[in-house]
Ligand binder design. Structure first.
Ligand SMILES: [Ca+2]
Length: 252
């Protein structure tokens, strides 16, 4: 009887030891499987985030938005491959990186494998990961843009104008979506009197911005000539071909 009890205890201890060993082995490799309500194991080689910032950049060496940073995280350690291809549909690989781990950070300078800056256009970032449980892929679009925007058909109307009876308008046409700032200065000495727009995002095409002849405090400015400056940069931080665009208007 006593012998049977000892055997039973030994058997239970063996089972407990086996179960504990299984848990320890699982924990030791850092791959504890967690299942959701549908029984799907989220840890099995999934791309959990995949970003690029900015999504539009200008690799022209001016120090502003010259690169884009690609970040990705994975559900577990895996082998990853990141490729950049033109969006034109051809299978040409512009650039490729490989590595192993739970995340990646790549700074792309807009150059291909030969060190040459790629032509302006849209490119596809293709991320592939693989581990012993399976594989996953993801894709993002990034745009290379080194072409400056243009500001055309700049007019001020009416000019001259009397702020007591009318409002003048500053008109212009943008070649593409851009950030715009418009400032008005007086001379002797050169002084900023009014910021009409402060880096507002505007669509391409025609724009007409009113000015009531007042300064930033809301006071009427004295009679005289005022200088208008229109600053335009596109979403990839390329400055307009003329920067700033200059115009004048007279208050009577
Ligand atoms: Ca740039």
């Amino acid at each position: 009887m006593k012998k049977s009890k000892v055997a039973k205890t030994a058997f239970c201890l063996s089972i407990a030891f086996i179960l504990l060993s299984m848990v320890l082995v699982d924990v030791s490799v850092g791959e504890v499987e967690t299942f959701d309500d549908e029984g799907y194991c989220w840890c099995r080689c999934k791309i959990t985030s995949f970003k690029r910032l900015p999504c539009k950049f200008s690799p022209n060496g001016d120090g502003i938005k010259d690169t884009t940073t690609i970040n990705a995280t994975f559900s577990t350690s895996c082998n990853w491959k990141l490729q950049i291809k033109p969006i034109c549909g051809c299978d040409y690989v512009v650039r490729e990186w490989n590595g192993t781990g739970t995340c990646l950070t790549i700074v792309w300078d807009g150059k291909d494998e030969a060190g040459v800056v790629v032509p302006d256009g849209a490119y596809r970032l293709i991320l592939s990961i693989r581990c012993r449980w399976g594989s996953d892929t993801g894709a993002r679009i990034v745009v290379v843009d080194t072409t400056p925007p243009t500001v055309t058909n700049v007019t001020v109307s009416p000019d001259p104008f009397n702020p007591l009876t009318e409002t003048t308008r500053i008109n212009y046409t943008l070649s593409e979506c851009a950030y715009v700032a418009i400032k008005i200065f007086s001379t002797n000495p050169w002084t900023l009197r009014r910021t009409l727009i402060k880096w507002e995002k505007q669509l391409w095409g025609f724009h007409s911005i009113p000015w009531d002849g007042k300064d930033d405090s809301g006071d009427n400015l004295p009679l005289g000539t005022y200088h208008i400056r229109i600053y335009v940069t596109d979403l990839a931080a390329n400055k307009a071909t003329i920067f700033p665009v200059k115009a004048k208007v007279e208050i009577i």
